[in-house]
Design a protein around this ligand. Sequence first.
Ligand code: C5P
Length: 233
Amino acid sequence: MIAVRDRLIFALDVPTAAEARAWVDRLGDAVGFYKIGMELLTSGDYFRVLEELAARDKKVFVDLKFHDVPATVAATLKGLTRYPVTFCTIHGQHDGMMSAASQEKGDIKLLAVTVLTSMDRSDLRQLGIDREPSEVVVQRALAARAAGCDGVISSGQEAAALRQATGPGFLIVCPGIRPAGPAGDDQKRTVDVPTAFAAGADHIVVGRPIRQAADPAAAAEALQAQIAAALGS
Ligand code: C5P
């Protein structure tokens, strides 16, 4: 059973370790699960921050969206098992890569990125995929599950279809959360918190709505309250 307060994952999209630490201090008990991604990678302190988060009893989501030949991605997962990592992402576009990675993931939960929430139908068409994002998301999720992944990243807009297709136990993690509706930024397939959980999401990933709030800790606590209400706990 996933703890209610672990449902919120904060996207620690900052360029330096100093800023990362300041955010962890600022958010305090309001956030217990942190996603660290490509922006922090270039700080040179990525793994230092990762270990500091774990030392502060925070869960860590490594969001580097691996995508390479199967042997390389599998070796990367194997290396990552030396660190205290709860979730890790891989692109969900190649069954052979996902299954090679799944065999080396140890206790890490491997999440396949289906279709980025910054992409809509016209972006998919440009890639030569003339189908609705929701169809592509479900197809890729079923392939990811068959390849041994533990779950997927998707928009809350596809969570209900995903839950129906995959059944219980397969993790659905939703970024693109906009508590006050679309914000006019790079996210195109957005939902609010109650919609995500009503649709069957297990976790939500929230970055800018917390980082750009006047009082980020209060904004995070407000999201925690919305999550608890949505789950009836
Ligand atoms: O700031 P915002 O709330 O849009 O942050 C969303 C986070 O989720 C970003 O760190 C982004 O990299 C990540 N993400 C996403 N869409 C995906 C996978 C990850 O927005 N499909």
